[in-house]
Design a protein around this ligand. Sequence first.
Ligand code: 2P0
Length: 354
Amino acid sequence: GESQNWVLMVTAQTPTNIAVIKYWGKRDETLILPVNDSISVTLDPGHLCTTTTVAVSPSFEQDRMWLNGKEISLSGGRYQNCLREIRSRARDVEDKEKDIRITKKDWDKLHLYIASYNNFPTAAGLASSAAGFACLVFALSKLMNVKEDESQLSAIARQGSGSACRSLFGGFVKWIMGKEENGTDSRAVQLVDEKHWDDLVIVIAVVSSRQKETSSTSGMRESVDTSLLLQHRAKEVVPKRILQMEEAIKHRDFPSFAQLTCADSNQFHAVCLDTSPPIFYMNDTSHRIISIVEKWNRSEETPQVAYTFDAGPNAVLIARNRKTAALLLQRLLYYFPPNPDTDVDSYIIGDKSI
Ligand code: 2P0
């Protein structure tokens, strides 16, 4: 239409993902290309997710973004790279009801307003960049009628934040590191969908932390620069583990899954300790949770719970089924009653049926 009054918008929602084989280290910092493959599980929608609305109107004079209601700058390279990549793939859009027609060329001149909300407190120290960039890229691709599939979109989300590429899919997802220098083959693929292994229940213990953590971006840069263990991990350990983890997931082999998940989390934190100066993401409470789970698993015929920790002290616990998850919660609530003044602030339970 000729009028300047119209607004076209799209809203999308994306959950975060938790790596069971970790991404730690980049071979290219600008394109965000990793030194090894990684595998993650995407949380159920509803928990730890980002909701993003993207809008376009001829009356918008510049690109602007609000995060949890506060305006933030879009000048950073990561936002600019995502916006540029999506804009370059924009196509004609027609909304006959509203009498709107946007041609491929128009997208270069039109500006965007972006509003994004996390349904969890950012202060909880839970990764929000994964869900955030995945949601932003997905919402923009819908608004601009981009015809790329999820895997191609994941290579764009990757340029916002590495772990974001894995949130374009549900279920278990592999981020293939790729070989190309331009990063086009560094993208996510779905291994199995969310129905394949729906016995698993994820419980997150939000562990209180006083100290500010080292950001993932600078932490992994320091590890790449100083840790020999990282080199060994990326070349020798992860390639084998990726194959074993794919098999474990395919066959719903919980004992192998738990063994690989715990070992990989522990090696990631060992790489952090091997970094100079060393990086401490886990705290005493994290260590106590590991001990409790290890003891429990050893007292049973077969492992019941897997644990994994990211760039912070929060424990992500994966129970083999709902019965085990109920027992796990019982134990956690006994040892760590949730309270903002104690070791664990709160629990997030990834299955509405418990
Ligand atoms: C992961 N983490 O695989 C690993 C495990 C944290 C520990 O991906 O610099 O926020 O934006 O690519 O993705 C966190 O790093 O870092 C992360 P950038 P990102 O989930």
